[in-house]
Write a protein that binds this ligand. Structure first.
Ligand code: HEC
Length: 703
């Protein structure tokens, strides 16, 4: 079926269908509905209509113009800067009838002409940037939009869900997804999904403050709440919001509600028209150690679970918990894909997920029956296997970090995280990238001593101890085990890889495979790589001046041309912001490729600091600053998206009060800490930074 798109001013697209439709119709922009998304895989492979391509979220394209015979002719078709270098680019662009809808880290939506990147409109929700201080994982990020019946939906970094007109970018409605029942506020980083007349969204930042996850379904037309499903129970002395919470409360211990508990649905929501259900991928427990959160408790439902909810009633159909009593930040919010697999001589409608914990799950979508759960990596310490009788992991008794702090695989970043996977339903193969990285797990010092733990209202509350204490434990435990990332084609039924190759960077982007036998894969090194899906062999690479760490990729076709698009993270060193890159065969666009030089430590203040100052600064820094500026002295504990403070200039040292306590860089994503830390504490943090910078300079000079 061939479609021609005539573009009249703005995005008032007129879609003329030559075959396949009963009549010609003039469509407004974003004219997407349930049936169109359901049929899209076969009927319109040139469009990418929903976060995971279609409702099935297979991210496998039928397009073949770019294939394993001609991919060496691939080149940049256009680029469009849409972000700054302090934000993480994680979105999947959607393409509907020649228009690309894509977001930057501050939840700004751009509608671009998909053939050349020219802006049609943009909508800025004017996110309250002070929400950066809630963020678990760096300043601003957003994974994209939903398009439905002429509207574009975006979840914002300050916790709102917004509908705008797909043709003009004008706002239609704007709701705060927060509910004030003693729960802290949230960030939203995930993409909403729209189906069956509703738009669905959860939230993120489970570890900052008292968080209790939930998913809300809103009427797409009005923004009114249709239903809300909680993912962790509240205070049992108050009425439960719905019957599932009463059941869930039986599986918690102690006074969990005082901590919140976690269980945010920050990424994966999958609609299944065959069962009229929404599958919710539920996140980790908070704080992380179950001994703090839920002493004497059990499974802590619905942490790290997949929950199937009826989209009309909001009542639960079934659930399956991948990590009962989560103790390691093993979220089950990773992408879920739905498809069909032949199993025991029968076709089964299945749901597939490779969550953080290292096992690959195949569930029956009808009732949640566990069909397979085989390891997708050798790097699993916490459990030895999944017992198929009970459907539960068999935890490794030697890996109890409460009594013996230690390195454990997978890390809290997961063997596989949210970076999207691609499912070839015909071959029964999942293409994805994962990594073996160990994390050092320990139990909070104060909690060990007193049995008490207090959640912070600002910054993260992980419950694993900080600063000097944690560093000492790590020193005693010995070196961090080696890490390695891989990309492969995995058969979840046999648990084997058709092929698997090591990757250079530990952190990479998601993937898309196509019927043209190519696999598109943006890498953390800044290479945009194309592999042969049959062998995994590298066919072509493009070196970008930014990185593709945790980005995503998609492919689309407009008129006769297939494109592949990805988002590139910016690069502070060369003043390059987050950018959309689109490639096509024989593209002729170029991006500047400056040389990146290693940063050296500049002149440092000669202030003298006491050992006590440095130690307390160490703890404060890792509690309040490391989530964005990166762990210092602890091998890459968290993502570094904000500048390395050891490289700070004398001017910034002089201005540090304005920056940290006065909010002078709030618009750039540096939150103000006025009500969180004192002037004296800030001076301790500076003592720690300067001491660390002196050490780094020594190291650089000795090399
Ligand atoms: C939510 C993320 C986030 C957190 C948490 C955070 N920062 Fe920042 N910070 C940033 C970003 C982004 C920038 C870069 C702003 C810019 O481009 O000007 C920055 C910049 C700075 C700068 C200026 C650096 C320079 O080279 O000029 C200082 C100083 C700073 N931060 C200190 C801190 C301290 C101290 C803490 C902890 C109390 C902290 N930050 C916590 C995101 C964060």
């Amino acid at each position: 079926m061939k479609k021609t798109l005539l573009q009249v001013p703005a995005a008032l697209a007129v879609l003329v269908s030559l075959t396949g439709f009963s009549s010609l119709y003039a469509a407004e922009a974003g004219n997407v509905n349930d049936q169109r998304i359901i049929d899209a895989t076969e009927a319109e492979p040139g469009n990418w209509l929903s976060y995971g391509q279609t409702y099935k979220e297979q991210r496998f394209s039928q397009l073949t113009q770019i294939n394993n015979n001609n991919v060496d002719e691939l080149n940049l078709a256009w680029s469009k800067p849409i972000g700054d270098y302090n934000m993480r680019m994680q979105g999947t662009p959607l393409v509907v009838d020649g228009v690309m809808y894509v977001t930057n880290g501050w939840s700004v939506i751009y509608a671009l002409d998909a053939t050349n990147g020219e802006e049609i409109w943009h909508y800025d929700p004017e996110v309250d940037r002070s929400y950066a201080r809630l963020a678990c994982c760096g300043p601003a990020h957003n994974r994209g939009v939903a398009v439905y019946e002429g509207k574009i939906f975006v979840g914002t970094f300050d916790g709102r869900l917004i509908a705008v007109d797909a043709g003009t970018g004008e706002e239609i409605w704007d709701v705060d997804t927060w509910i004030p029942e003693g729960l802290g506020r949230f960030n939203i980083t995930g993409a909403p999904r729209a189906a069956a007349g509703k738009v669905y969204i959860g939230q993120g930042s489970g570890e900052s403050g008292h968080r209790r996850g939930y998913v809300t379904a809103y009427d797409t037309k009005t923004g009114e709440v249709s239903w809300r499903f909680f993912l962790a129970p509240g205070d049992p002395s108050k009425p439960f919001e719905h019957p599932e919470m009463e059941m869930a409360a039986q599986t918690w211990g102690g006074e969990w509600w005082k901590y919140g508990g976690g269980g945010t649905a920050w990424n994966s929501l999958v609609y299944d028209e065959e069962f009229n259900s929404l599958y919710i991928g539920v996140g980790n427990g908070a704080p992380w150690p179950r001994e703090i959160r839920s002493p004497g408790g059990g499974d802590d439902l619905f942490l790290s679970s997949i929950v199937s909810v009826d989209v009309d009633t909001g009542r639960m159909n079934w659930y399956y918990q991948t990590t009962p009593g989560d103790n390691w930040d093993y979220s089950s919010a990773m992408d879920m894909t739905i498809g069909e697999i032949e199993f025991g001589g029968e076709m089964r409608k299945v749901l597939l997920q490779a969550p953080k914990n290292g096992f690959f799950y195949v569930l029956d979508r009808n009732d949640g029956e566990l069909l397979r759960a085989l390891p997708y990596t050798e790097g699993i310490d916490w459990a030895t296997r999944i017992d198929m009788e009970t459907g539960r992991p068999v935890e490794n008794p030697d890996v109890a970090y409460e009594t013996k702090p230690q390195w454990i695989m997978p890390a809290n970043s997961g063997a596989h995280n949210w970076e999207p996977q691609s499912w070839d339903n015909d071959q029964g193969l999942m293409y994805f990238y994962y990594h073996d990285i160990a994390n050092f797990y320990s139990l909070d010092e104060g909690f060990v001593e007193t049995g008490e733990y207090e959640i912070r209202e600002r910054g993260l509350s992980l419950g694993w101890g900080e600063g000097e204490y944690r560093r000492r434990l790590i020193e005693e435990a010995g070196p961090r085990p080696d890490s390695q990332a891989y990309i492969g084609a995995f058969d979840p039924i046999t648990g084997s890889y058709k092929w698997r190759h090591p990757l250079e960077s530990d952190y990479n982007g998601g993937v898309v495979a196509t019927k043209g036998d190519v696999l598109f894969h943006p890498e953390g090194t800044g290479e945009f790589t194309v592999r042969d899906t049959n062998t995994g062999e590298v066919l072509w690479q493009y070196s970008a001046p930014g990185s593709f760490r945790s980005t995503s990729v998609m492919t689309y076709q407009v008129d006769d041309t297939q494109y592949v698009a990805t988002l590139m993270n910016g690069n502070r060193a060369i003043d390059l912001g987050g950018t959309v890159l689109a490639f096509k065969l024989n593209g002729d666009a170029t991006l500047p490729m400056p040389e990146i030089v290693e940063a050296t430590v500049p002149q440092l203040p000669d202030t003298e600091f006491s050992g006590e100052q440095v130690r307390s600064g160490d703890t404060l820094y890792h509690a309040q600053c490391a989530s964005c500026h990166g762990g210092i002295g602890i091998a890459d504990e968290v993502a570094i998206v904000a500048p390395d403070l050891r490289l700070m200039s004398l001017e910034s040292h002089a201005a540090i009060r304005d920056i940290v306590l006065g909010g002078s860089r709030a618009q750039q994503g540096m939150p103000d800490f006025e009500d969180a830390i004192s002037t004296e504490e800030l001076e301790s943090i500076r003592a720690f930074i300067v001491t660390q910078a002196r050490q780094l300079r020594q190291y650089q000079q000795n090399r």
